[in-house]
Design a protein around this ligand. Structure first.
Ligand SMILES: [Zn+2]
Length: 183
């Protein structure tokens, strides 16, 4: 079965009261608005986080996706940031859920944003995971087929341009990195 991305979503009705939204000027631009709730419905990039888990000299951890989009391809572990958690908490939660690895410290590497048919646009924060542990108990979760460390020369081609951009940033920083990136 081939995967077809859904149409980008658009707000038509209020998610709270169900009233049809009316395009209304908010003082800066025209946006969908619910008059009964006095609320504008903005569309913004959805924040996500991904992990750079390094082993040895130049190996990075990749996960093989068990779900669409890009099922079967290798990507960086990560996921969407949930309400009520910080970006740092999100990346540590995703690391534990997806790999069973534990860590307490992450360092922001950079940010990459891309238009996405699934969510409108996604903004991915890349974090280097410092002092992780638990490799003997590492296992992929239900969304992944496999987990593997790849040396730099044998890295898989990742399907998401945000990950490619962050990998390029990682490599650029890698030559000058602080010793704390090393495990
Ligand atoms: Zn409403």
């Amino acid at each position: 079965m081939s995967y077809e991305a859904p149409e980008p979503f658009a707000w038509n009705y209020c998610g709270t009261c169900g009233a049809p939204l009316v395009m209304t000027h908010d003082g800066q631009s025209v946006q969908p608005h619910c008059a009964p709730c006095r609320r504008f419905f903005y569309r913004n990039p959805v924040p996500a986080a991904c992990c750079f888990v390094r082993r040895g000299k130049d190996e990075l951890l990749f996960t093989q996706r068990a779900v669409e989009p890009c099922k079967g391809e290798w990507t960086l572990p990560g996921g969407f940031i949930e309400l009520g958690e910080t970006a740092e908490e999100a990346v540590l939660r995703e690391l534990l859920e997806e790999t069973n690895l534990r860590a307490s410290t992450v360092e922001l590497l950079g940010v990459s944003t891309k238009q996405s048919p699934n969510v409108g646009a996604v903004m991915v924060l890349g974090f280097v995971v410092i002092n992780w542990s638990g490799e003997e108990a590492m296992r992929p979760d239900t969304d992944a087929i496999d987990l593997r460390f790849f040396p730099r020369h044998a890295r898989p081609t990742v399907p998401f341009s945000v990950h490619r951009e962050l990998l390029a940033l990682y490599d650029a920083r890698d030559g000058h990195h602080d010793k704390k990136w090393l495990k």
